[in-house]
Design a protein around this ligand. Structure first.
Ligand code: MF3
Ligand code: CO
Ligand code: CO
Length: 275
């Protein structure tokens, strides 16, 4: 495939014709380090997710952790967002704003953090449970995690972005759940949100070709009910229109010569909640 070379900040920046940036695999080390901070932050916060805690307190702990690791929370000041994490509870799909809200027994929640370290962005999110989930919530979390991993398994040079979306959609819908269409994954690297839009639905073979050096997130949101969302008056909080439960997992990954590398794996093996 043809690529364009543009000069930016004294650096040759390679992009595909679709505008997707290609990094040198030697540069993946920066993503490993930033991704590790995000993953360790999400490992750290798990023990504090209990009934009675306020989401603002969880956000402050994430903030302190990232700063202590020498990183900056990417969401802080991003398009007017003023928190270091997004915390999305129950029917909140994504971009929940941490604050005074107190967790209750059985709440399920996604915590999404992005750490900037030495100019590299590591973006990841996971599900947590305050206390114990009910069976439906547990199944939703399981299916959403499996959706992400099936999407990631499609990543290989020569494949297409549509392969990722198709794998996620066919699996989640086969489990009688729905995939949110209003939000997608994204190119990442030295910027927070870059080309391409990584759709979590679609057709095999559709979309741009996947090439070594691409770095992007996959972050499917899966609902127990219908896929439609609406954004609340705060301008951020996205909820399911039918108020059904929603879950999400996110990894930042890079495309290698023969597959992929996940930059945001949990060093402690805690990516999936162990209730
Ligand atoms: N981390 C989110 C993502 O996965 C973006 C959050 S932007 C914010 O892309 F402003 F809502 F924090
Ligand atoms: Co993301
Ligand atoms: Co994120």
């Amino acid at each position: 495939m043809k690529t364009t070379v543009t000069n930016r900040q004294d650096q040759d920046v390679r992009r595909t014709v679709e505008g997707i940036r290609l990094y040198d695999v030697a540069e993946f080390e920066g993503m490993r380090r930033a991704g590790r901070v995000a993953a360790e932050c999400l490992d750290m916060i798990g023990e504090f997710v209990v009934p009675g805690v306020r989401t603002g307190e969880l956000d402050e702990r994430c903030h302190e952790f990232m700063v202590a690791a020498g990183a900056r929370p990417a969401t802080l000041g991003y398009r007017g967002y003023t928190k270091s994490s997004c915390i999305s509870i129950n029917h909140v799909v994504c971009h929940g704003i941490p604050g005074d809200k107190m967790l209750r027994d059985g709440d399920i929640l996604n915590i999404d953090v992005t750490a900037i370290l030495d100019g590299w962005y590591g973006d990841s999110s996971r599900m947590y449970v305050a206390g114990r989930p009910n069976r439906k919530a547990e199944r939703l979390i399981h299916v959403t995690h499996e959706s992400l991993m099936r999407g990631i398994a499609e990543v290989r040079p020569g494949g297409h972005f549509g392969d990722i979306g198709a794998a996620i959609q066919s699996y989640a819908e086969g489990e009688r759940m729905s995939v949110v269409r209003d939000f997608c994954g994204h190119g990442i690297g030295r910027v927070f949100h870059d080309e391409p839009n990584v759709l979590h639905y679609g057709r095999r073979g559709a979309g741009p070709q996947i090439r070594p050096g691409m770095i992007f997130t996959i972050e499917p949101m899966v609902n127990l009910g219908a896929p439609q969302t609406k954004t609340l008056a705060d301008g951020w909080t996205a909820v399911t229109r039918d108020r059904s439960l929603s879950a999400q997992f996110e990894h930042s990954i890079g495309v290698t010569e023969d597959g992929y590398e996940i930059f945001t794996l949990s060093p402690a093996g805690k990516f999936f909640p162990d209730w």
